[in-house]
Design a protein around this ligand. Sequence first.
Ligand SMILES: NC(=O)C1=CN([C@@H]2O[C@H](COP(=O)(O)OP(=O)(O)OC[C@H]3O[C@@H](n4cnc5c(N)ncnc54)[C@H](O)[C@@H]3O)[C@@H](O)[C@H]2O)C=CC1
Ligand SMILES: O=C(O)C(=O)Cc1ccc(O)cc1
Length: 361
Amino acid sequence: MRTVAVVGTGLIGTSAALALSARGITVHLEDADADAARTAASLGAGTVEEPAGPVDLAVVAVPPALVGKVLADCQRRGLARSYTDVASVKSGPRAEVAALGLDTTHYIGGHPMAGRERSGPLAARADLFEGRPWVLTPTPDTDTETLNAALELVALCGAMPVVMDAAAHDRAVALVSHAPQLLSSLVAARLEHADDTAVRLAGQGVRDVTRIAASDPRMWLDILAANAGMVADILDEVASDLQDTVAALRALEAGDEAMRQGGSAGIEAVMRRGNLGHARIPGKHGAPPTRYETVVVAIGDQPGELGRLFREVARAGVNIEDVAIDHSAGRQVGLVQLSVNPGSVHQLARALAERGWDVRD
Ligand SMILES: NC(=O)C1=CN([C@@H]2O[C@H](COP(=O)(O)OP(=O)(O)OC[C@H]3O[C@@H](n4cnc5c(N)ncnc54)[C@H](O)[C@@H]3O)[C@@H](O)[C@H]2O)C=CC1
Ligand SMILES: O=C(O)C(=O)Cc1ccc(O)cc1
C-alpha cells in the first residue's frame, strides 16, 4: 500500500494519518471543515492536495451517522480502490451502505478500539492504536484486495486485527465501551451540584471512573443512537444490580443481626464479582492480564520532573508498565504511581530512594 486518503481529519482520522505518514505512506487529507484538514497537515499527517488518481485505500473517519453518505460521495468520485471506516458501531453503517446501493465488494467496516475523551486533529496521536484491537467486519462479498488493504492499515497503525460479524461487534462494544461511557457520565453527573468541599477531596478513584465523562456529548449521542437497544439491555441489568446493592446497604444499617449479615453477603458478593470481571480485562497488547505492583513517588509540580523521574527508572533498568498521577488538591506536589512487575518493586524503590526521590510506602 502506497497511497491512502483520510476523509474526516478529527481525532481518529488524524491519528491514523500520522501513523501512516510516519511509515512512508502518502496520505491525502480531506474534511468538510477545511481548517481541520489544514491543521492535520500542519501536524505532519499528510497533504491537503487531492490525489492524482485513485488511492489504494480511503479511510472514512466521520461520525457514524455520516458514514453511508460520505462513502457514497467517495465512491462516486472514484477516490480509492478500497474503502473502510472507523465508526464505533457497525450494523447501522452497514445497513445504510446497503440501503444506498453502494459497492460493498470494495468496502470493509472497521473500528479501532482506542480513543480519547477529546475530539479534533489537535488531540491526535500517532501511537493511539499501538497494541490495541482493531475490529474488521468483512462480509462474504468483501474482496481479498480490500481485506488485505484494511489488514495493512491495521498493521501500519501498530494495532491487532480482530475479524468479527457486525452484530456481534455491536453487542460487544455495548458491554465494554458504550454502557461504561454512560455509567462514567452518571457518576460524574452526581458531582455537578456537589459541595466544593466534597469535590475538593476527589482522589484517583473517582478520576479513573469519570475520565471518559469528559467526552463529546454530540459524538456519543450518534454512537448511542446507533446501538441504543443493546446498551439499554446492559443498563437494565446494571439497574437490577444497583437495586440489590441498595437493598444490601440498607440491610447493613438494620437493627436485626440476620439482616445485617445478609447485607454483608450482598456487598461482598458484588465486590467479588467486580474483582472477577476486572481480572478478565486483557493486559497490554492483548496479553493475559498481569498483576503489577506500584511504586509511589512524590514529585514537585514543575516542568521536567516527570521526565527526570522516567529517566531514573530507565537507568535502574525497570520497565514502566503503566503510570497514574494523583495531584493532591491545593498542594504543589503530585504522587506518581509507577506500575511495574512485582519482581522489580523493591529494586526500583531502593534505587529511587538512593538517588534522593521521595518514595512513599
Ligand atoms: N473518539 C473516539 O474515542 C473514537 C471514535 N471512533 C469513531 O471515529 C469516528 C470519528 O470520530 P472522532 O475522530 O473522534 O471525531 P472528530 O469529531 O474528532 O472528527 C470527525 C471529523 O469528521 C469531519 N466531518 C464531518 N462530516 C464530514 C463530511 N461530510 N465529510 C468530511 N468530513 C466530515 C468533521 O469535520 C471532523 O473533523 C466516529 O465514527 C467515531 O465513532 C472510533 C474509535 C474511538
Ligand atoms: O478512552 C478510552 O479509553 C476509550 O476506550 C475510548 C473509545 C471511545 C470510542 C470508541 O469507539 C473506542 C474507544
